[in-house]
Design a protein around this ligand. Sequence first.
Ligand code: NAP
Length: 314
Amino acid sequence: MVKVPSISMNNGLSMPGFGLGTYESFGEAGRATKHAIDVGYRHFDTARLYENEEEVGKAIQEKIKEGVVKREEIFIVTKLWNTDHEPEKVEKACRKSCEKLGLGYIDLYLMHWPVAFTERTPYEYWPLNDDGQYDNADVDFLDTWKSMEKLVDLGLVKSIGISNFNSQQIKRLLANCRIKPVNNQIECSPQINQKKLIKFCQDREIIVTAYCPLGRPIPADKKPGFLYDAKLGDIAKKYNKTIPQIVFRFLLDIGAVPIPKSVTPSRIEENISVFDFKLTSDEIKYIDTFNTGERVLEFTEARNDKNFPFGIEF
Ligand SMILES: NC(=O)c1ccc[n+]([C@@H]2O[C@H](COP(=O)([O-])OP(=O)(O)OC[C@H]3O[C@@H](n4cnc5c(N)ncnc54)[C@H](OP(=O)(O)O)[C@@H]3O)[C@@H](O)[C@H]2O)c1
């Protein structure tokens, strides 16, 4: 069983420095969560969007009942979806997530994106207009945040954070909040290593979580390239590790918390087994050469929105 180090957050609480992603786990998230708990994972990342909060929550509840973990050892992260940004909708959305998870409180509740969508009937997660752009709603994320702060007061969530926010948006939020975000969850892998945004967040005591840490591999296309790189293969051999393990170690070494998704038991185990070695600065420099800035999630259908986060350098 792997022991994952905890990281202190700016509110005095702490989060486990490695987690399990659960996006697109297609009915396998529960089994994956249980296996992950058995091998040492304590941090689980879900969202309203993933439609698996019930499954992940049930798996955790069962492990608590079995006596394998205590509730307070688990760190559950879920997210407010873009159609729920109106201040009066936030508490209801959060209560729904709490109910689905069945774990009492939520450890960390994130605003999934800084962009708000209009809610349609019938419901659509990704409402598109005829021009191919999202049907955005005119809600200021500062107003959404105020409602998220109330969730902490109500005891529904222990901590609040953001996701996919750029440095300017973070600055604006920090200048106008009562409770600081503890975390910014962003895409981060060797191909978009986010060193500038990580430094910006670290300077403001915001922990960065790395989503798509493997660049969401497409094995048939041998993508992303870093997973198939011969020199990275040699570095992996040197430590008796795999390339994905080298990638997670790299992300930890540059100050991010990786949350790789896997439903494969051997990979769930492989991915977390990265706390018994460290890369040299030359090896980190080599992995830096893959930093093209290419994103898996470009979010281009929101590029006309005033809160589109990817229009500036970081
Ligand atoms: N905040 C946001 O906007 C946002 C956006 C995207 C993702 N996320 C979160 O971040 C998590 C991770 O991102 P992601 O799922 O998009 O991408 P990812 O973790 O980079 O890639 C997941 C894929 O990698 C495979 N994989 C996992 N470990 C592997 C290994 N050791 N060797 C080879 N392949 C491996 C998985 O396959 P198997 O499952 O078949 O093993 C799965 O197909 C998500 O699940 C979600 O929780 C958040």
